[in-house]
Write a protein that binds this ligand. Structure first.
Ligand SMILES: [Zn+2]
Length: 138
């Protein structure tokens, strides 16, 4: 069983005490902040009552909600990151196209080299024939 914080109800208010009225009899009660949310017995009317959250906490909560990024901000942030993703996709596409182009260029160069090689063979054999003809004439 959890240890219950000592809760003291008193007529004398102390620094930091939660001050609230008993919802049954209306008596002003003061309680240690550790008593927040606890079920207690009103010393005056003996009703079982729950210690309320202090109003300043509610105000702080309301302020926190007010200052929290609105759903509009989230929508903007989401749109921004979606745009970023689109930009990266486009960049990737550009890189991919560039790669395809270079690959095509490489294949074309290979074809060109093959043709040159074939022509070299033709030239070489022609040179050989010329060389043989010159030697035959000597
Ligand atoms: Zn009471």
């Amino acid at each position: 069983m959890a240890e219950e914080p000592s809760v003291e109800l008193s007529g004398e208010f102390q620094e930091g005490d939660i001050i609230f009225d008993c919802p049954e009899c209306g008596k002003s009660l003061a309680i240690d902040p550790r008593g927040i949310g606890l079920m207690i017995t009103c010393p005056d009317c003996e009703s079982r009552i729950q210690v309320p959250f202090p109003e300043e906490d509610e105000a702080a909560l309301a302020e926190a909600i007010e200052q929290a990024p609105s759903s509009m901000d989230y929508a903007e942030a989401l749109a921004a990151s979606q745009q970023k993703v689109r930009d990266q996709m486009l960049a990737l596409e550009a890189v991919s196209k560039r790669r395809d182009y270079l690959e095509k260029l490489r294949v074309e160069n290979l074809e060109c080299l093959k043709t040159i090689k074939q022509e070299m063979v033709v030239i070489q054999s022609a040179l050989d024939r010329v060389s043989t003809a010159i030697q035959d004439n000597q």
